[in-house]
Each structure stands twice: as structure tokens, then as C-alpha cells.
Design a protein. Structure first.
Length: 91
């Protein structure tokens, strides 16, 4: 196994790890379909007021970012965390 002799390992497997494995995290907040708020419009309104964009992220926005990060177009992105929360984490 490549990692048994220590990591990073200088053999071809170690190069493979460095060249082909990437990590990125998506941290979505509430979406319009989040069950936690139910049909309570007042709770929805209060929650959206806590975001800079004054709206929830749409599920397709989260999926599109995930698809981009998994694609070859994001091949230089690794070790990043993306908050898809309408700006809540920027407060």
C-alpha cells in the first residue's frame, strides 16, 4: 500500500495521490425546501433576513457548485470550503 511507508511517498503512487486527489467542502445552509421551517412564513422571513442576499440558496445553485468542483475545470482547487449560505457566514 502506498501509505504504509509514510506519506507523502515519493513513488508513483505518491505522485498519483498528489496529482489526482482533491478535497473541497460544500457547506449549504437552508434552502427553500428545507423541512426545518415547514410552512411557517414568519420563520422563513426571519431566517432570510439573517442572510446578506435576503434569500435562501436554491438547491440547483448548490448542485451546480458541486458539479463544478467535481469537474476538470476545478482541477487546481483543493483544500477549500465553500459556504453556500447567502452570506450568513460573512456576518
Amino acid at each position: 500500500m502506498c501509505l504504509s511507508a509514510g506519506w507523502p511517498h515519493a513513488d508513483s503512487c505518491g505522485r498519483l495521490l498528489f496529482e489526482h486527489l482533491r478535497q473541497a467542502a460544500l457547506k449549504p445552509a437552508c434552502t427553500p425546501s428545507s423541512d426545518g421551517l415547514g410552512d411557517k412564513q414568519a420563520a422563513r422571513d426571519a431566517s432570510t433576513e439573517m442572510t446578506l442576499l435576503r434569500r435562501f440558496a436554491r438547491p440547483e445553485e448548490i448542485v451546480e457548485l458541486g458539479a463544478f468542483l467535481a469537474s476538470d475545470r476545478a482541477s487546481s482547487i483543493t483544500g477549500a470550503n465553500y459556504a453556500v449560505d447567502g452570506g450568513t457566514s460573512a456576518w
